[in-house]
Ligand binder design. Structure first.
Ligand code: NAI
Length: 506
């Protein structure tokens, strides 16, 4: 069998006219392809086509499209009322309900209708392409085209070949994705492909931080945006996507990777979902959307103190950088050596909590405050206390950091602060995706930047922080928590030990 999706007269048939199908059909029609649209529910196709028309009217009104171009797109978008009308299709894109048996039934029925060399691609998010294909007479013609919501806006499409797909499948799908103006990446047929796999670090680790009372959702969001440079905080994102959707993906990935601890879902999130605190769609999630959002109180109360005249800073892992910043704010700093008997003692650990850092360095815990210098690509500081830190010491530490002109978030003790641990998990999950050969290293970054809108892909983020520093964070977290979810992947460990980029192939 030879498949060819580059034919100029290619016809695409989209099945399912819901959220995804209508957007996919629009994208194909906009790329000049005759596109047929089918849905099992009466009236659904007409609704979808009307919605596409309305969306394009908006584009015309904004001057982004001419009226004529809109008419051409709409003329290429044709409703189907029976499966038999899909006969001319060289490519079927399936975006129906996420149910293996229903998808297999549709594929089997279509095989009797479409040409022998026509390709059937599923937009499934959580099923295996190989498994769907196994229900077909010709599994070699089945592949995956995983679009993102909303398809007309999201640039990325993942191309997936099943284990029994025609050898040319990935290449043909990539060609088609480019033809419709999107950015392709090739993923193997593994749970969550790249994007839904790579997304299993940001929200879940943030949830653990809140579950452990280290910081509030708003504080974590503030740090991830203002210290780490993410466009949305993890809780804003959870509320936008919906706790039910996110939690279901989390459970699916966790289950399909046979309880890999790295992907463990949050028990608290399950309660929130059961209680209907889903986010924007239910008007209540981590934030309240029904009225003016209430300002959440800080997790750690700070007793206001004057800026200290002098402080001591441990001379390791970014301590010198902190010392320089404090000095430039007019504070006398002693960097390293034996601290005096009074004043704040700053530590800047990697993957260690304030308690462990104070004890390891034989410092008085009551005077010790930890600052995250690794997880601070942007302005905001994290000041972390331990259970014995005196309120005056924390207050003085916050005043000292504030004197440098940057805002400060005070948190309870955490191995890896907030940003270090979330960033390290993102990098480590990205490394696991590379290690499992789900996609090429650069494609993993492209997928995450375009599919998840992170400022950097996970491997590029690891390179920015330094693979050795990320490894130190994870090893520290693993040593202190004894929790297997923090064990570093060998992909990361080898490259950190060799001192090379996380993009380095084997
Ligand atoms: P949806 O519920 O909005 O639309 C599904 C449509 O399929 C409905 O209009 C339904 O009437 C129709 N349908 C159900 N069974 C059918 C059948 N046997 N034949 C023809 N039409 C049938 O669902 P949505 O969100 O568009 O998802 C569709 C697929 O895309 C699923 O596989 C989902 O996992 C996947 N997906 C969804 C994303 C999302 O963000 N919503 C993102 C990426 C993939």
């Amino acid at each position: 069998m030879t498949i060819d999706l580059s034919k100029s007269d290619l016809v695409v048939a989209v099945f399912g006219a819901g959220t995804m199908g209508r957007g996919i059909a629009q994208v194909c029609a906009q790329a000049g392809i005759t596109t047929l649209l089918y849905d099992a529910r009466d009236g659904a196709v007409a609704e979808a086509i009307a919605a596409v028309g309305k969306g394009l009217d908006g584009q015309v009104a904004k001057g982004r499209m001419t009226e004529e171009a809109k008419r051409d797109v709409m003329a290429r978008l044709k409703p189907m009322t029976t499966l038999a009308e899909a006969a001319p299709a060289g490519l079927v894109i399936e975006a129906i309900v996420e149910d293996l048996a229903v998808k297999r039934d549709l594929f089997r029925a279509l095989e009797d209708i479409i040409a022998p060399d026509a390709v059937i691609a599923s937009n499934t998010s959580s099923l295996s392409v190989t498994e769907i294909a196994a229900g077909c007479a010709k599994p070699e013609r089945v592949g995956g085209l995983h679009f993102f919501n909303p398809p007309p806006v999201m640039k990325l499409v993942e191309a997936i070949a099943g284990l029994r797909s025609e050898p040319a499948m990935a290449k043909e799908l990539v060609g088609f994705i480019k033809r419709i103006g999107k950015v392709p990446i090739v993923a193997t047929d593994t749970p969550g492909f790249v994007v839904n796999h790579a997304g299993r670090a940001y929200g879940p680790e943030a949830l653990r931080i809140v579950d452990q009372g280290i910081a509030s959702a708003a504080e974590v969001d503030g740090l991830m945006k203002e210290a780490a440079g993410f466009r949305m905080g993890p809780f804003e994102l959870l509320d936008l996507v919906g706790g039910d959707v996110t939690h279901a993906v989390m459970e699916s990935i966790y289950g399909r990777y046979y309880d890999e601890p790295m992907y463990q879902p949050s028990a608290q999130m399950a309660v929130r979902v059961a209680g209907g605190l889903l986010g924007r769609k239910s008007k209540q999630g981590f934030y309240d959307y029904s009225a003016t959002p209430a300002v959440s109180p800080p997790t750690v109360a700070i007793s206001a103190q004057p800026k200290p005249v002098s402080v001591w800073v441990a001379d390791e892992d970014g301590g010198a950088d902190l010392a320089a910043l404090l000095q430039s704010a007019g504070i006398a700093v002693t960097l390293g050596g034996t601290p005096g008997t009074e004043g704040v003692l700053f530590v800047t650990p990697l993957g260690e909590d304030c308690t462990a850092a104070a004890l390891r360095l034989k410092l008085d815990p009551a005077r010790t405050v930890a600052v995250d210098m690794l997880g601070r690509f942007k302005g905001r500081y994290t000041a972390m206390k331990n259970p014995l830190t005196a309120p005056e010491a924390l207050g003085a530490a916050v005043a000292a950091l504030g004197a440098t002109g940057a805002p400060v978030t005070a948190i309870n003790d955490s191995t890896g602060f907030v940003v270090q641990r979330i960033a390290a998990m993102i990098v480590n999950v990205g490394c696991r995706i590379a290690e499992l050969r789900v996609a090429a290293p650069l494609d993993i970054d492209t997928a995450v930047e375009l599919g998840l809108n992170y400022p950097k892909g996970p491997l590029a983020l690891g390179n920015l922080l330094g693979p050795a520093a990320v490894l130190k964070v994870l090893d520290g977290m693993f040593a202190l928590t004894q929790d297997p979810k923090y064990r570093a992947t060998t992909w990361l460990r080898r490259r950190a030990m060799l001192g090379v980029s996380l993009h380095t192939p084997d």
